[in-house]
Design a binder for this molecule. Structure first.
Ligand code: NAD
Length: 440
């Protein structure tokens, strides 16, 4: 294998018209092929050897498990689940577990590879993994969910562990899910290994600051980008699609910075007010009504119109593939800050870059969560308990450093932020792979 090339080119300011690799004219929305396309672009810039490319673009291990689950009515339902370990060159694999009826293996593979690049982009000593169970958690009782989670944990148990692969919560899984997984691991192995999962309740080794970590990391990235682009966050208008853990917390943190939240949305639609929406009032309204739609003092807006409305910063915090070939030309935001995984397709990326819209990429922008997961693992491994102040200070340092490393890489290679973050990350994983050598 060849060594990793480190080309040097002149400095280029953030947001300057970038060199964007050409992509095929038809839009392919398969998540794993998109992930591989993004990797190929970075590999091309780094002039990686073909053999090394094959290793890095392919998951190391794909596990499919069947999960027989006894339902409350006494019947047994056979559910299917996955755990994909994409890469472990830089450390144990790390990634969430999602429960959702529409999960596909390609989606899990894509998310596992995104975790490899995410942990490398922020330079924490982990690889990438992701898991999921095809189920409808909204239609399952708590005891059904517990039995399913424990059986899933038991099926993937030979492949997880504090030094192997460390699951965490993701869509429709939470601290309780992690507690069941940790307990299943402890009961089966006879080891009180808190560090086998992260995102646990505080009573069993969870970390302070984990609930806000993703949104906090996003706000740090946006703040740094605003500084470079000389945009004042104070008074900046922000539209957020998705008012869940990431979106609602980001809305609150942005409002604390005196930014103006001009639109919010959830599955049922959105609300807008050019004079600003109080995220706390929206949160309380959603708690009562189950949606932000209909909250007093704001008019209705569709999820599609929210994406293309006039604002300074657009935060997709719900689904993947929402900014596409169809609407990229209509996006009016100056900055798109990706809270969700994969909200922008490669075609849309190309259009936005050409139009000078800064897309702050998911692998950096939503990496606050995995960073604090790493802090939780470190605390568990060392028997330490850090307070919220220590966790937030360490998070800020990690994310701000990673942001500036991304900017440096963008300037070296004349590329937009996503390519900068990918080149930075892929280079780190390539270096680790090369220095370790090929087994056997
Ligand atoms: P969540 O389930 O708490 O919230 C998702 C929100 O999106 C909800 O308000 C939901 O109503 C809304 N939504 C769902 N479908 C929608 C649609 N079709 N249109 C508009 N809104 C819709 O999830 P979350 O934890 O906030 O995660 C959101 C995204 O961020 C996901 O892509 C997730 O993978 C990513 N992410 C989250 C974290 C984290 O720590 N929470 C970390 C990294 C990445």
């Amino acid at each position: 294998m060849a060594t990793v090339a480190k080309p040097t080119t002149p400095l280029r300011p953030l947001g300057a018209p970038p060199m964007v690799p050409r992509i095929a004219p038809r839009e392919d929305l398969n998540p794993f092929r998109i992930a591989q396309m993004q990797f190929d672009m970075a590999a091309e810039f780094l002039k990686l050897d073909q053999g090394l490319r094959q290793i890095l673009r392919t998951p190391k291990r794909v596990l499919e498990v069947s999960i027989p689950t006894k339902m409350d009515n006494g019947q047994v339902k056979l559910l299917m689940g996955y755990r994909v370990q994409h890469n472990m060159a830089r450390g144990p694999a790390k990634g969430g577990v999602r429960f959702h009826p529409n999960i596909t293996l390609d989606e899990i593979k894509a998310l596992a590879s995104a975790m490899t690049w995410k942990t490398a982009a922020v330079n924490i000593p982990f690889g990438g993994a992701k898991g999921g169970v095809i189920c409808d958690p909204k239609r399952m009782s708590k005891s059904e969910l517990e039995r399913m989670t424990r059986r899933y944990a038991s099926e993937i148990l030979p492949f997880i562990g504090p030094d192997q692969d460390i699951p965490a919560p993701d869509i429709y899984t939470d601290a309780q899910t992690m507690a069941w997984m940790m307990d299943t691991y402890a009961m089966t192995t006879g080891r009180a290994s808190h560090a086998v999962v992260t995102g646990k309740p505080m009573s069993i080794g969870g970390s302070a600051g984990s609930a806000e970590a993703t949104a906090q990391g996003l706000v740090h990235v946006v703040e740094e980008a605003c500084k470079l682009k000389k945009i004042s966050l104070r008074g900046a208008t922000i539209a957020i699609q998705g008012f869940g853990n990431a979106g609602a917390t980001a809305a609150r943190l942005f409002a604390d910075k005196k930014a103006k939240i001009v639109a919010l949305s959830d599955t049922r639609g959105g609300v807008t007010n050019p004079r600003g929406i109080d995220p706390l009032k929206a949160f309380r309204y959603k708690e009562r009504a189950g949606t932000v739609v209909g909250m007093p003092g704001a008019s209705r807006i569709s999820n599609d119109d929210l994406l293309t409305m006039k604002c300074d910063i657009l935060v997709p915090a719900a689904l993947e593939n929402v900014i596409t070939l169809q609407n990229a030309d209509a996006i009016k935001a100056r900055i798109v800050a990706e809270a969700s995984n994969g909200p922008t397709t490669p075609h849309a990326d190309e259009i936005l870059a050409r139009r000078g819209v800064i897309v702050l990429p998911d692998i950096l922008t939503n990496a606050g969560g995995v960073t604090v997961s790493y802090f939780e693992w470190v605390q568990n491994q060392q028997g330490l308990v850090w307070d919220a102040e220590e966790v937030t200070a360490r998070l800020q340092k990690t994310i701000v450093r990673a942001f500036h490393e991304m900017v440096e890489t963008m300037r070296k290679h004349h590329v937009p932020p996503r390519a900068g973050a990918m080149i930075l990350a892929v280079n780190r994983v390539a270096e680790a792979t090369l220095v370790r050598g090929l087994f056997p």
